[in-house]
Design a protein around this ligand. Structure first.
Ligand code: JB2
Length: 206
């Protein structure tokens, strides 16, 4: 059965999410919620039907919602929207691209999207409201906290623990069995080879 789904945020990340949702085929995108100036605009053929202020009405009509605003510098906006939807009793589905391999021995939290060409290996645990972006590899027994963005082609090697609200940039990698503290920001292309305390910010050359 196809269920109606409302998307929260109609920008660049939303466009990637739409492709995954369409290919998965479990949800019919019933509309997008964005800012007032964009109401009635179309994103890949789906209409922006309202703003966050319309949520009280939309929640009576629809059950499934997904946060489709991206996250780079900070997870705050995604967390705020996720918590708002949770408070109102919305269901936040797990969305998985049919072009991803997700081990049957892994666990994925609500509101998390697994994009095209991702591998999630056995024993991995991924939290809620995460973006596991195109081509990322989440190896065996990795633990990823809530509200993380593992960006395109990032590699999280076996047994690594990634704290909540962390951003791992494109093509970055982590050595096996290390810990990256909560709220860290790892820039693209960085190879992380040691434990990092919470709030670490690692840019190129550091
Ligand atoms: O409070 C809000 C709000 N604030 C901004 N509520 C809702 N419902 N929507 C909001 N928005 C909308 O989110 C903006 O009007 C805009 O349509 C969208 C953000 O789009 P943008 O393209 O600026 O960023 P993004 O987060 O979708 O994508 C970025 O991050 C991704 C991870 C881009 O850098 C992408 O390239 C990247 N892949």
């Amino acid at each position: 059965m196809t269920e109606d789904l409302i998307l929260f945020g109609g920008g660049g990340h939303c466009r990637s999410c739409i492709d995954v949702i369409e290919e998965e085929g479990r949800y019919r995108i019933a509309g997008i919620v964005d800012v007032a100036e964009k109401v009635n605009q179309s994103v890949l053929g789906y209409t922006i039907i309202g703003t966050d202020g319309d949520l009280d009405r939309l929640i009576k009509e629809y059950r499934y919602f997904l946060v489709t605003i991206g996250q780079i510098e900070s997870a705050d906006v995604r967390i705020e929207k996720f918590q708002l939807l949770n408070r109102l009793g919305a269901s936040l589905p797990v969305v998985i691209s049919p072009c991803a391999h997700v081990s049957r021995h892994s666990v994925i939290g609500e509101g998390t999207i697994i994009m095209h060409n991702v591998v999630v290996n056995a024993g991995a645990k991924i939290g809620r409201n995460c973006i596991i972006n195109t081509g990322a590899i989440i190896e065996h027994d990795v633990v990823i906290g809530d509200h993380c963005h593992i960006s395109t082609a990032a590699v999280v090697n076996g047994g690594t623990i990634i704290g909540a609200k962390t951003f791992l940039g494109s093509n970055s990698s982590t050595k096996q069995y290390i810990e990256v503290g909560e709220g860290s920001l790892i820039n693209s292309g960085i190879s992380v080879r040691r434990n990092l305390p919470p709030g670490s910010k690692i840019y190129q050359g550091k």
